[in-house]
Design a protein around this ligand. Structure first.
Ligand SMILES: Nc1ncnc2c1ncn2[C@@H]1O[C@H](COP(=O)(O)OP(=O)(O)O)[C@@H](O)[C@H]1O
Ligand SMILES: [Mg+2]
Length: 309
């Protein structure tokens, strides 16, 4: 039984522009099974539909069509069971400013009917570096600390399936490391993890499998290692202050003075360098590196072909 199953899920929102009654298709027949024990990454640019998928999974939004289950429980017809099996860390920071951290976690435990879990709450506080904030009011905490409380809150009922929606957006390096250590450990002990993130190096390091979402459709779905293998194997990187010849500029990723060109083989690299020389472009700091997940991502997102729709 999959931990999470999306079966041909579509979601139409009322269109903010356009004529009365028109809709906007945020998800278009998304099918995806995540197996128990996976550390799964859901990637995609802003507006791709990641949060919509998670909202449907958490029962906060209804799918327009299709079906979603959590360990066999349907998120609509079996809402309470499905919800109990899930720990969701939302993208937006929402909390009640009047309670302290420990009270928040007690209330959340009560919501799931969990009693006598003080030992687990202490473990959560410790693992997330919150022990000395246990009695602090939510409104006194920094953004990063609030984020930690949200994570603790999601895990207070020991859910077997953990969902994190951009948990590290705008948080410092220290919290990212604390968080990943903690979540990776839960995954080792058997929890299934579904993660959305903008930090592709995090996804590359943590996720065994990855789906890439673009305008509501899955455009890539594979083991992380296979996604990396299938990509252009190398990237030629150099710095220049000059304008590139058009055919190179069209293929390059340019960030300020840094130019990066995906290459499939040594010949392609030679051709790039020859073209640069011929155009009289001065280059510095030339290097060739292996393609990483960001290269794969940009490749996939620039390409309109779809798989597994
Ligand atoms: N409540 C809503 N009403 C109308 N449109 C929405 C709503 N929520 C999200 N959308 C739209 O659906 C698309 C997907 O949004 P979202 O799921 O938040 O994407 P992501 O999390 O990948 O950035 C976006 O175009 C967004 O503007
Ligand atoms: Mg989102």
């Amino acid at each position: 039984m999959p931990a999470i199953s999306f079966q041909s899920v579509s979601k139409a929102y009322p269109s903010p522009r356009g004529p009365q009654g028109s809709t906007f298709q945020a998800l278009d027949h998304v099918s995806l099974d995540i197996e128990e024990g996976e550390f799964f990454g859901l990637l995609g640019p802003n507006g791709a539909g990641k949060t919509t998928m998670i909202s449907i999974l958490a029962g906060l939004t209804r799918a327009s069509s299709g079906r979603v289950t959590v360990l066999g429980s349907d998120v609509q017809t079996d809402y309470a069971d499905a919800r109990r099996k899930l720990g969701v860390v939302p993208q937006e920071l929402v909390f009640d400013p009047f309670f302290n951290v420990r009270e928040m976690l007690r209330i959340q435990s009560g919501y799931f009917g969990v009693k006598n879990n003080d030992a687990w709450v202490d473990e959560l506080l410790g693992g997330l570096g919150l022990t000395d904030k246990a009695n602090a009011n939510m409104r006194q905490l920094s953004g990063g600390m609030k984020r930690r409380v949200l994570v603790a809150q999601a895990l207070v009922h020991k859910p077997p399936v953990i969902v994190l929606d951009e948990p590290t957006a705008g948080v410092d390096v220290e919290l990212r490391q604390t968080l990943w250590q903690f979540v990776a450990n839960l995954n080792k002990q058997g929890s299934t993890v579904l993660l959305t993130t903008h930090y592709l190096e995090e996804a590359e390091a943590l996720c065994g499998r990855i789906a890439m979402l673009k305008t509501g459709r899955i455009v890539a779905l594979d083991k992380t290692s296979d996604l990396l293998k299938a990509a252009s194997s190398n990237v030629l990187r150099f710095k220049t202050g000059d304008a590139l010849p058009i055919e190179l500029a069209a293929r390059a990723r340019i960030t300020g003075r840094i130019v990066q060109l995906p290459a499939h083989n040594a010949l392609e690299i030679e051709q790039y360098l020859a073209a640069v020389r011929q155009a009289g472009v001065t280059v510095e700091d030339v290097e060739i590196r292996k393609a990483d997940l960001e290269d794969v991502f940009l490749d996939v997102m620039g390409n309109t072909e779809e798989v597994g729709a």
